[in-house]
Every structure is written in structure tokens, then in C-alpha cells.
Design a protein around this ligand. Sequence first.
Ligand SMILES: C[S@@+](CC[C@H](N)C(=O)[O-])C[C@H]1O[C@@H](n2cnc3c(N)ncnc32)[C@H](O)[C@@H]1O
Length: 360
Amino acid sequence: MSDNDSREGMAMTPMSETAASEATTRGTATAGDPVGPPHVNPAHVNPAQVGFAHVSVMAEEVTAVLSVVPDGWVIDATLGGGGHAQALLNTNPGISILGLDQDQSALDAAGQRLASAGTRVQLCHTRFDQLGETVNRLNTRPVTGALFDLGVSSPQLDRGDRGFSFRHDGPLDMRMDQTSSTTAADLVNTLDERALSSLLTRHADERHARRIARAIVAARPISTTGQLAEIVRDAVPAAARRSGGHPARKTFQALRIEVNEELVILADALRLALDLLEPGGRCAVLSYHSGEDRIVKQVFRDASGDAPRPRADLPPPPGSEATVKLLWRGAVRPSEDEIAKNPRAEAARFRAVEKLQGAA
Ligand SMILES: C[S@@+](CC[C@H](N)C(=O)[O-])C[C@H]1O[C@@H](n2cnc3c(N)ncnc32)[C@H](O)[C@@H]1O
């Protein structure tokens, strides 16, 4: 699911008392535990009953950050099964949710789960880089929050027919949006060895990228996840087969990122979300591998005016003034308790910012 190699930010530096108390709300949460008042317990809805068994990651921390935003619309840019969205609706009666997902099956599941919220929920099948256009079209203003829970959901990984996982045999697909054109099979069967190797290095820091790329090209055509997993396992040195999880883990991660253009669109989508936020509004991001987290960190740092200046002796160039404040420094990680209950939370890195008063 992720490379889990970002160790930065293990110790969080609070930016304010409020932020500190919110940010240190950790260590007690069981994802799926009630996070709202007792009469609106989100745990009463079993996602499995609506066909989408995904345990929301760092649900208590996400809710602590976003439940205090001013009244208005919170954009859940990665709605999935709607677990975080439901917790937010339950804890803050003043907000409504604009839920986006590029996977129609996620939207269908979330639609059922959130149905009782009525007009407080609007859903849209789209990629999150379209969020500005979507807010305008659906007139969901003021925007006072945004949540990005990046990457794939458990149902996407667990269903062999979606082709995301080396654990389940199926067509080599990996498209979150099943209406989009390029599949993982298209990439492994058409890219040349050099391009494949570069992709594995860029998106997953795969140490054996060249060997794997060579083996893939030699084994074409490849049509299933099982075939690819075996080709990669046979391509890596014997020692690499014995340690560090499944040898195909990083290859699958890299292909998934490329198929869904995950890193290409992230920075622009985050900037769009920050632009849309009203003063006091907040943007929160859960990322699951170092490539994602690096982008989030950079965008938040630039927007908070914390980016290194080319000339420290000169005033900051126009347009580089702070528009947000970091709610804490570094990335917050899930508690040991949460990881024990939901191993898929392990790689999560959580960052959040708040739009400054007076910022456009
Ligand atoms: C980790 S899951 C979200 C789970 C959700 N927060 C919950 O608690 O149920 C990520 C979801 O985001 C969607 N997604 C990922 N990248 C996206 C993008 N660029 N645009 C829209 N949806 C995206 C995936 O299809 C998946 O359903």
C-alpha cells in the first residue's frame, strides 16, 4: 500500500496551544470509534453492510482538526466509503460535505452511508484536481474545510478484479476511475525498459528497478497481477525476497501512482483547496508514502510563508506572503494502538493548516 519510509516529524512541535491540544489527541483512538456525541455514533453504521469495508485512518485526529471549522462546506476530496465524512457530519452540525471520488463504487457506498444527512451532503464523481470547478458548479460555498485522505481504499485493494494488489490475482488494471483509459497492463506492456525503470525509482524508490524493468520487458505480454508479482519476485536478488515484505510491493505502488497520476495532480489540488478556504478554514491531509508527503509538506510550507527565501536580506517576493498557518510542525503519525488494530494505518502521515484571517 505504501513505502512507509517517511520517519520525519515523529516528534510534533505544536504551533499554538489550541493546535497542540488538537494535535496531541492521539493514542486513544480506535478508527471507527464514536467521535461525535452519543446520539450520532458513527460506529453504528457498519461499512461492510453497505459493501465498502474500509476503516478510516486517524479518524479521531482528523475529526479534532476539522470539527472546529466555521460553518460552511467541507470538501472531502477523497470520500471513499464516507467514514471520515460521516464522523465530521456527526460532530459539527454547522457543516455540510462536498464529497468527491473518482471511483464510482466508492461514491455509491458513501451515498448510502450518508443518505440520512440529506441536503448536507453533495457527491460528485470527479478527480480532486477539478475541485474548484465542482465547487463553482454546485455552489457549495463558503468552503471552510478540506480533507485529502490519499491513496487507495481497502475495497480497492481487496477486490482482485480491480487489479491493485499482488495478493489477489486479477486483471492488471489499477484504475481508480474505471472510465479512464490507461491501465497498469498498458504501462507494463508498452513502456520501454528505461521508462519502466525510471518510474519504479521515482514513485517507489525501488532499489532493483533496472532488473525488474528488464524482466518485465522480457516477459511481455503481461495481463494479470499474479503474473507480474511472480516476474518481479523472480527478478530481484534472493536476499531481497527474504526481507522487507513482498518483493513486488514497490512495483505495484509505482504503477498505481502512474496509472492514476497521483503525484502529478496533488500540488495543484492542494493549492486550489487552500485558495478556496475562508479565513479560519482548515485543510487536513493524510498521506501514505514519502512522495506524497513531500508534496504536501512543500505546498503547506510555501503557503505558510515558511519556504526558504532565495535572498534572506530582501523582502519576500510579492505573492509569497503567508496565507495559512501550520497547525503543528512535521507530520503526526497514528498511535501504536491504532496500528495494532488497523495495520493499513501504519504508513499514515497527517498534516494540517488553517487559513489566516485576512488572507485572500
Ligand atoms: C483512503 S480512501 C478514503 C477513505 C475515506 N476517507 C473514509 O474514511 O472512508 C481514498 C479514496 O480516494 C479516492 N481517490 C484517490 N485519489 C483521488 C483523486 N485524485 N480524485 C478523487 N478521488 C481520489 C480513491 O478512489 C479512494 O476511494
